[in-house]
Design a protein. Structure first.
Length: 55
């Protein structure tokens, strides 16, 4: 959580948006980002499909 806070604090000084990707089913990864104020912006419908192909 400290890393997320540090990155977002720095980003506020020099960028308009911060993007990240988390698999929709990975609730353990999503919770800390939501707690830091991130909100879902979009879904990559083929992301799960691509991940399976890369195995």
């Amino acid at each position: 959580m400290l890393l997320i806070a540090a990155v977002t604090a720095y980003a506020e000084t020099c960028v308009d948006d911060v993007g990240l990707s988390v698999e929709a089913a990975n609730h353990g990864a999503i919770r800390p980002y939501e707690a830091a104020g991130f909100v879902p912006y979009g879904i990559e419908p083929r992301a799960e499909h691509r991940r399976r192909l890369l195995r």
